[in-house]
Design a protein around this ligand. Sequence first.
Ligand SMILES: Cc1ncc(COP(=O)(O)O)c(C=O)c1O
Length: 482
Amino acid sequence: MPEIKFYKNTPVPLELHRVEIVKQLSLLPVKERLTKMKEAGFNTFKLHNGDIFMDMLTDSGVNAMSNKQLAAMMQPDDAYAGSETFFRMQDKLNEIFGISRCLPAHQGRACENILATRFVKPGNCVIMNYHFTTAKAHVTRNGGHVEELVKDEGLKTESDLPFKGDMDLDKLKACIKKEGADNISFLRMEAGTNLIGGQPVSLKNFRDVTKIAKEHGILTVLDASLLQDNLFFNKTREAECKNMTIREITRAIADCFDIVYFSARKFGLARGGAILVRDEDLFHSMEDLVPMFEGFLTYGGMSIREMEAMTVGFDECMEMDVISQAPQFIKWCVDELVDYGVPMVTPAGGLGAHINAMEFVKHIPQEEYPAGALVCALYICGGIRGMERGTLSEEREPDGSERFASVELVRLAMPRRVFTLSQVSYVADRVKWLFDHREMIGGLRFTHEPATLRFFTGRLEATSDWPEKLAKAFEKDFGKDC
Ligand SMILES: Cc1ncc(COP(=O)(O)O)c(C=O)c1O
């Protein structure tokens, strides 16, 4: 999406696609939304999609497909073993990343399971710029621990650092010294760092970090799930990349790593995943885990139709007109809210607009899950479903005490090619109303707390009758049908 100049009107991000298939949405009245939130145990994962107006939970597997992707889905080669669909996918990935060996898996966390099962032994350390929930859960499940070495400024919610996902090189050297290179299973860099607000990593940092790792014989792994956003920021924020094509930047990043894996629910605009392995012996050392956990080596638990769609999607993720839409919409939304005084993560990243809940509802203590409470309040007030990315998304310490997240965020994800700017404007408007009524929002407590990944399946309740009071105030301002 190039910056299109406007004559008189204030420029806005412009979609370079047109909508040909639509899905009707409905907006439940506020009283019903309150009931639905209670039924969902104040956990937005447990809402039914039919009760949601704007689903901004995630961009994972909910991106709109193109006509070319849909057409490709009609021509799969269905075979348990040796499907031509797989070889088309493998060839495309080799063309883009320059890595010829591909292990298919049903989604990103399945790749993480295979990598952790193969490489993490009890007591091992895995170095990351920042963790992702499932990536960390698989490491700890295998007895390892994660060291997060993102630069300190990456965790500052407001900043003008262009690459907040960069790893701190001094921290990296110190960590290798402390842990010992032999005890480090691998170093995992996450492009478009999810949990700190979709913040990118510079090409320079990818190079510097992996150079140090290689000097110590440490295996290097790229999580490319959010690579397409990262590429947009490399191209628009990093001097070295300005005159490179998206494909050239992709190759320069991939060249730094021994292994690249991704969730194709994001990278590829379909549903699936894969691990790309440069070294033949390494590849063979993981091969048997695919039929064991996923499916045969030429489908890995994926639908072959989806594999055809993602092969086209990989090409689309190499097009600036495609990958620039979400970051531009996100920036538009963040700018709107920052102008109003709402505490947002800046600079705007990829993936979604992120509200700094620690600041927005600073009266709610971290043990009452401020980001979790804010995300529920937003559903009640707008039918908008976001995702908590804070203490609720953490797991407790081994002694049962809370591990407080370094940042408490509400993520409003921007699925690709799905929403129009007027819908994004509605979201910004409801956030503004909530900001003006933020004192009314109270805390949450667990009524059912699973030991692992509790944010997916846990149930909570409000610590007072704040949701009822909030819904009433909303109804007073907007009427009961809104
Ligand atoms: C950076 C990153 N890695 C891994 C995953 C896991 O992928 P999946 O949801 O396909 O299991 C995600 C999902 O959101 C992600 O954002």
